[in-house]
Design a protein around this ligand. Structure first.
Ligand code: 6PG
Length: 296
């Protein structure tokens, strides 16, 4: 089939390649003319024969909104838009409504796999009406991993991004658990080769996993992670997972703690720990680092 792909960055560029390898025609548009096949959304839409399927793979939020607004003006009834970015699931219903008013279908699709997706395939979680999903199915089939699993029609519009959001919440907590275990192993003298302990866990253990394999890969290139600073960004999915947990009164202690650990990592110096240190100093005269003194 023929696909229009908007956004040819780290993810979109490789996805174009994988879909082409699957035997489909992909016409890609990006703001960067060096990687684009066409130079405007107008040109992209004109170069596709209807009914068109246009996959949007741009950053969540404003960039996705602007792209969908423009496509709503350019596409025709019967066409389909797939949002494959990391959009917040609550945006999906709004986008579906805006497009439905023009007779255009909408499917939201969470995509996992990162820079390894070109070779390994991308795990896909999509939401939307069955008739809209069916039009994009050949593209899903080309992108997904080759095995039995790796893609799911998770439910109604929004379900794809909701499933991907929960996936990312789990990703946060799993990474945090590996990170905490690694730090504790590094802290004791009795364990003399932490990297080899991690490597040994890759087979036979309960915790063997792709994230563990990647941890070993990272330790192979920098055994004690000395070249890195301990700062981890977050792009939104962890926050949205915790917000959804609150909305649904579902306790998520591990995922929430892993999100908060990232916030701590993003601070130069912890304001709240200044307060804890100040209070210990006030009531107990305990030493502080800095200049605060107990006043009695
Ligand atoms: O499944 C995946 O391929 C990843 O989850 C991918 O989507 C991306 O790496 C995260 O969105 C980063 O998220 P944070 O910036 O929140 O860690």
């Amino acid at each position: 089939m023929e696909l229009g792909l908007v956004g040819l960055g780290k993810m979109g560029g490789n996805m174009r390649e994988r879909i082409r390898r699957g035997g489909h025609t992909v016409i890609g548009y990006d703001r960067n003319p060096d990687v684009a096949d066409v130079h405007s959304l107008e040109e992209l839409v004109k170069s596709l024969t209807g009914p068109r399927v246009v996959w949007v793979m741009v950053p969540a939020g404003e960039a996705t909104q602007t792209t969908i607004d423009t496509l709503a003006e350019l596409l025709s009834p019967g066409d389909i838009v797939v949002d494959g970015g990391n959009s917040r699931w609550t945006d999906d219903e709004k986008h579906a409504g805006e497009l439905a008013a023009k007779g255009i279908g909408f499917v939201d699709c969470g995509v996992s796999g990162g820079v390894w997706g070109l070779e390994n395939g991308y795990a896909l979680m999509y939401g939307g009406d069955a008739e809209h999903v069916a039009k994009a199915q050949p593209v899903f089939d080309a992108l997904k991993p080759e095995g039995e699993f790796g893609s799911v029609h998770a439910g109604k519009v929004g379900a794809g991004h909701f499933a991907k959001m929960v996936h990312n919440g789990i990703e946060y907590a799993m990474m945090q658990a590996f990170a905490e275990g690694w730090e504790l192993l590094e802290a004791v003298d009795s364990v003399t080769d932490v990297r080899e302990v991690f490597r040994s866990w890759q087979e036979g253990t309960v915790i063997r996993s792709w994230l563990l394999d990647l941890a070993v890969k990272a330790l192979d290139s920098d055994e004690h992670l000395e070249k890195l600073r301990g700062v981890a960004a977050d792009s939104g999915e962890g926050r949205w997972t915790v917000e959804a947990a609150i909305d649904n009164a579902v306790p998520l202690p591990a995922i929430t703690a892993s999100l908060f650990a990232r916030f701590t990592s993003q601070q130069e110096d912890s304001p709240q720990m200044k307060m804890v240190a100040a209070l210990r100093n006030q009531f107990g005269g305990h030493a502080v680092e800095g200049s605060t003194e107990a006043t009695k």
